[in-house]
Ligand binder design. Structure first.
Ligand code: SAH
Length: 204
């Protein structure tokens, strides 16, 4: 997976490649799908949701340019895989998940793999961010939004980075926003297809 799907597609950040080599992805995939853990695509995790394609997780993590000192907010923890990857790359991760059963699953998977030391899973609507522990040096949104939720930009530190799929219900652009000196720069990193971001500032 790391050689062909990630390095082979120009993921260059050695810390991201190292984290994805180290974290056992099969522990975040439902038992019946475990043989497919390292395939090149998303996998259903129940409740109509998926664990993202490995390349997408890597691209998002790389775009945040983490050094190890950051506090990161993840929106859409799912089964907890990306939260574990981000936890290996940053100081602290707060991961929000709107489906209670998935929040429980993410907590359990992170605990079982020993990745819960600096990763906290909170059940709630991440379209409003999570003001309790803001600001965040980096924010990663793992569900497609109709627009960039204003609360997320507000909770982003300066300097800070936000990666988010924005667009239609079933077809988005992965956007990387960089806040620096009071300005926000925005670029498109890839075309993508994420599950919809629900909640008050997502798809209703
Ligand atoms: N980060 C996961 C991807 C999970 S898919 C990975 O490691 O692969 C995206 C998740 O976002 C789903 O579990 C879905 O339930 C959740 N979600 C959707 N809208 C949300 C919202 N407003 N707040 C928090 N989580 C949300």
């Amino acid at each position: 997976m790391v050689e062909s799907q990630l390095r082979g597609r120009a993921i260059r950040d050695e810390r991201v490649l190292g984290a994805m080599l180290e974290i056992p992805r099969e522990q975040f995939v439902p038992p019946e799908a475990r043989v497919s853990s390292y395939t090149d695509g998303p996998i259903p995790i129940g409740h109509g949701q998926t664990i993202s394609q490995p390349y997408m997780t890597a691209l998002m993590a790389e775009s945040l340019e983490l050094t190890g000192a950051e506090t990161v907010l993840e929106i859409g923890a799912g089964s907890g895989y990306a939260a574990a990857v981000l936890g290996a790359l940053a100081a602290r991760v707060v991961a929000l998940e709107i489906v209670p059963a998935l929040a429980d699953l993410a907590r359990e998977n992170l605990r079982r793999t020993g990745r819960d030391g600096n990763v906290v899973v909170v059940c709630g609507d991440g379209s409003l961010g999570y003001p309790e522990t803001a600001p965040y040096d980096a924010i990663s949104v793992a569900a497609g939004a109709p627009e960039i939720p204003a609360a997320l930009l507000g909770q982003l530190q300066d300097p800070g980075r936000l990666v988010i799929p924005v667009g239609e219900w079933d077809d988005q652009e992965l956007r990387v926003l960089v806040k620096l000196g009071g300005r926000v720069d925005d670029r498109v990193a890839a075309a993508c297809r994420f599950v919809p971001l629900r909640g008050s500032d997502g798809w209703r």
